[in-house]
Structures are given as C-alpha cells and as structure tokens.
Design a protein around this ligand. Structure first.
Ligand code: UD1
Ligand code: CA
Length: 454
C-alpha cells in the first residue's frame, strides 16, 4: 500500500510569543517541521502534505525546496478539519497523521504503527503520562480494547483519571478517512472538529484500534513554548552526543556540544567543549578540535588539529593540518596535507599547498599557494578593487615577508622572496627578490624636538 503523510502545521503557537510561525522555530538549527518532513521521507512516503494556516505564506516559503504538497486550512476549526483539507490529495493507501510541532518522533516507532494498519485496523500512538492534564484520554472497553478518545475538556472526572494519552499521531487507510472525516461534528467543549472522534467511529464499525507506544516519551512531545523547545533541543543534542561517543568519539563534555546537521567522525576524534557543528561536517581519524570552535559544511582530514576559537566554513583540510587558534576559514579554502593556518588569519577561496604556512594575522583570498610557501605575519592579498575580485598566485617555496600587500591580479614566482612591508603590484619572477618600500634613512645623533616655551 502507498503512504501519504499529513503534517498538521496550521496552528498559531501563541505561547511562543513570536512573529515566526511555530513550526519554523528551529531545533538543531532546522525548522521543526523539516524534521517531521525528513521523518516522512525516511518512511518512503509517496506524498507528504503540509496543512498550513497561521503564517501560511512564511511556512510555504521556508519549505519551498521541499517535496511536499500544501493544503490550506484558512480557519483553524480543529485537527479533524485540518486533516480534511488534505483529503483530496490523498492516494488509496495508508495515511499517517503527524504534527509540525512534534519533531523528534523516530522512524522506527512510526513504521511499527503503520505495520498494524489495514482495512480492519487503525493505528494509534499513545503515551502514559504522570500528569495527563490537557491531553485526550484513551478509553478502553472491558476487553481492554481502545474504543474512544475523550478530550480533557470534555472528559468526566473518572475519564480524567486515565493516564494513557493520545499523542495525536495516528495512521489509517485513506478509505477510512474519507468515510469518517465528513461525519465529524463540532458539538463539543471547544466547538472543534476533533480528529480524535474517528476512534469511536472506527470502534463502532468493528475496526480495531492497534495502539503503539514510543520507546521514549520525548518522541511524542510537542512544543508550545520556548521552554519546551529548549528542553527538546537539549534532549536531541544529548542523543547526538551519545551516538558520537558510541561511535568512538571522545567528547570532553557530552553536555557541551551542539550538532546542527550531520557530523561524521573517524576513530579517535577528540572534541573539546563548546563546539558547534553545522550542516555536513566530516572529521577524519584522530582529528582534534579545541574548545569553542564553529565548523560548518567542512571536511577536516585525518590527524588535523583545530585549535580553540576557530571558525571554519565550506573548507577542506586534507589532513595533518594545524588550524588556529582564532583562525577563520571561509568557503573555498582548501588546505593540502600539512598546511598550517594560524591565529587571526582569514582565508577565502584559496588553495594552500602542502606544508605551506600562513601563521599569523593575515587575509588570503582568491589565491593559490604552492607547496612550502611561507606567508609572513600581516600579509594581505588585496583581491578586491571595489568592483571585481582578482587572483593572487604564489609559487612553491616562495617567501612573503611580513606586512606585505599583494595587489591582485599578481603572481609571485617559485622560490621568490618578497621583502617585509612591500606592496607588490607587479609580478615577481621565479627566484627573484622584490622589495617595495621607502628606503630607511638614518640621521646620527638626531635631536628630538623638545616642548616649546610659550
Ligand atoms: C490534540 C488532541 C489530543 C492530544 C493532543 C496531543 C485533538 C482533538 N486532540 O489536542 O487528544 O492529546 O493533541 O498533543 O486532536 N492544528 C491544526 N489545525 C487546527 C487545529 C490544530 O493544524 O485547526 C494543529 C496544531 O497546530 C497542532 C496540532 O494540530 O500542531 C494539535 O492541535 P492542538 O490544538 O494543540 O490540539 P490539542 O488540543 O493539544
Ligand atoms: Ca497541543
């Protein structure tokens, strides 16, 4: 049977106290609803439908690159009404209802739920809570079969004593939904079309309710305010940290790492405290990351060391590199094996050859450095003339003296030397020395001016 996933994301999220629609608030750097969309993709859903309402335009925009269909719920008349908005676009197989503000449900849990669904069975994810206040309660008959859900606001005292709760996540066939949704009524405490009322309809038809529980209650936890958001974020990060440690990564403090994307590590990687990893980051075997580094969409090769407070984005380091402390590697930085980038150095769109060094206080952009080049402290590639970017080429074994400005387009040949403090605007030939600075003058016994009397 095919699978349609319907993600409800029309609610306002008043308690977030934000102009951003709730489902766009970020968990691990990604809008919550994207986590849910990815879960749907993990289940090989034929189609994923997102029901939007509050902030519909913003949600559509934020998901423009996702393969999803949008259904508009112009007015929020309840969860049953919300699912009904997607009804037209459903196939003939199974339907799974998820929520844009419940981001951490595991694929495995949902797969189990879906396995139990057929023409005679509906799947319902339930959770038993210490404090069930506010949740819909699962009502069971004498035989222990689930037969109805009663919302907290509609429940009697006895019903409120039930601690088994509706998570809201359920699965059924599209045919069942087509049969039941049009029969919902809003005759209840909240005047809403409750999706939960289909449970009693199913039971009345002899369709069995197959209940499934998640391995962990966090899987079904929704976000209504920023406190819950932060709690889920910590839980998510804890799980990432545990996964990394299980895979052989040494985390100096598993409570002080944030992974906002995918971090893949070789053996014996060591990560100090306070690091943030974003997008796709790969760390090769034996890489060591110092404290408080931010690394985004980069590959750091084996045995490289990244010292404290380095910020690395869109870079590739081939291995055995030494980076930082306080280095900033910007997109397009390619370090060959053993290349070094030291403190207060910014690089961008640059290839640095094997064993070359840019150790202190430099900006090197739009450039190619050969092997064993030494770039002295304070060297700047002047790559921008106010309108266009130009390239700097530096040959193998070249030596750039400290505080030099290389005015691109320009090239420094192999084995060439640039004297300290030079402004180089013409190409330097292989093995040549180029110096361009005022000659020093010295006046012996020169009397320094004294204060004038007035
Ligand atoms: C719902 C369930 C309740 C369950 C609880 C779990 C119903 C009637 N009740 O209650 O049994 O225990 O979730 O958290 O289903 N939404 C829309 N359009 C609407 C209404 C809601 O998109 O018209 C979305 C909301 O954005 C939210 C989700 O559906 O993501 C749940 O809606 P909410 O109003 O929070 O339902 P609850 O009252 O919490
Ligand atoms: Ca809710």
């Amino acid at each position: 049977m095919t699978l349609d996933v319907v993600i409800l994301a029309a609610g306002q999220g008043t308690r977030m106290r934000s102009t951003l629609p709730k489902v766009l608030h970020r968990l691990a750097g990604k809008p919550m609803v994207r986590h849910v969309i990815e879960t749907a993709r993990g289940l090989d859903a034929e189609r994923t439908h997102v029901v939007v309402g509050h902030g519909a335009e913003k949600v559509r925009e934020a998901l423009a690159d996702c393969e999803v269909r949008f259904a508009l719920q112009a007015e929020q008349k309840g969860t049953g009404h919300a699912v009904a908005q997607a009804l037209e676009g459903l196939g003939d197989g199974k339907v799974l209802v998820l929520y844009g503000d419940v981001p951490l449900t595991r694929r495995e849990t949902l797969a189990t739920l879906l396995e139990g669904v057929d023409d005679d069975h509906l799947g319902l994810l339930t959770v038993t809570l210490e404090d069930p206040t506010g949740y819909g309660r699962i009502l069971r008959n004498a035989a222990g079969e689930a037969v109805a859900i009663v919302e907290h606001k509609d429940a009697s005292e006895t019903e409120r004593a039930v601690r088994e709760c509706n998570t809201g996540i359920m699965a059924m066939t599209a045919a069942q939904l087509r049969r039941w949704l049009p029969r919902l009524s809003a005759d209840n405490a909240q005047g809403e079309y409750y999706l939960t009322d289909i449970i009693a309809m199913a039971a009345a038809e002899g369709v069995k309710i197959a209940t499934v529980q998640p391995a962990n209650a966090l899987e079904v936890e929704g976000v209504n305010n920023r406190l819950q958001m932060a709690r889920l974020e910590r839980a998510y990060q804890r799980a990432q940290a545990e996964r990394l440690m299980t895979e052989g990564v040494a985390l100096l403090d598993p409570a002080r790492i944030d992974v906002r994307g995918t971090l893949t590590c070789g053996h014996d990687v060591e990560i100090d405290v306070g690091c943030v990893f974003e997008g796709d980051v790969e760390l090769g075997e034996g890489v060591r990351i110092g404290p408080h580094c931010v690394i985004r969409d980069s590959h750091i090769g084996a045995e490289a060391v990244v010292e404290a407070h380095s910020v690395i984005e869109g870079a590739v380091a081939a291995g055995r590199n030494r980076i930082g402390p306080f280095a900033r590697l910007r997109p397009g930085t390619r370090l060959a094996v053993g290349a070094k980038v030291g403190n207060f150095v910014e690089t961008k769109n640059v290839e640095v050859g094997e064993g070359s060094k840019i150790n202190h206080l430099s900006y090197v952009g739009d450039a190619r450095l050969g092997r064993d080049v030494n770039v002295g402290a304070g060297t700047i590639t002047c790559n921008y003339d106010g309108a266009n970017k130009h390239r700097t080429e530096i040959g193998d074994d070249a030596f750039i003296g400290s505080n030099s400005a290389l005015v691109a387009p320009v090239s420094v040949g192999r084995g060439a030397t640039v004297g300290a403090g030079s402004t180089i605007s013409k190409d330097v030939a292989d093995n040549a020395l180029a110096v361009s600075r005022g000659r020093q003058i010295s006046k012996p016994d020169w009397p320094r001016p004294g204060k004038q009397d007035d």
